[in-house]
Design a protein. Structure first.
Length: 129
């Protein structure tokens, strides 16, 4: 599989350490990475930069508000960004719940529970791009 010269990714994740680890891993693999710490900022960036791929946590601060789900719903109604593929990685949802997101949103290409191995994340990205 031939990879584009530079693939732009947007990581939307509220946990700083997780975001920083994924960003470091992906930049070492040659990807360009932008990041957002919540769904509102992530949605704004998604519209502005139109990345090739989004890595999304579903449940972010403030706790109790399913900002990842809200982002997916808004994204699915915006013609300019609706087809950008998404990988969901969540520490809160069960595998069945995550599978429902993949079935409901056509742009969700892969779903994983946290923690995810570096190898699995890279494989998922290569599959999506």
């Amino acid at each position: 599989m031939q990879m584009k010269s530079i693939i732009l990714m947007l990581i939307i994740e509220d946990e700083y350490t997780t975001r920083a680890l994924w960003k470091k891993l992906l930049e070492e693999k040659g990807y360009k990475v932008e990041e957002a710490r919540d769904g509102m900022k992530g949605y704004k960036m998604l519209k502005e930069i139109k990345p090739d791929l989004v890595i999304l946590d579903l449940c972010m601060e403030p706790r109790g508000i399913d900002t990842g789900k809200n982002l997916l719903e808004k994204k699915s109604k915006n013609m300019n960004i609706m087809e950008i593929p998404v990988i969901i990685i969540s520490g809160v949802y069960s595998n069945d719940d995550l599978k429902n997101y993949k079935d409901r949103f056509l742009d969700v290409k892969e779903v994983f529970q946290k923690p995810i191995s570096d190898e699995d994340l890279i494989k998922a990205i290569q599959k999506c791009c």
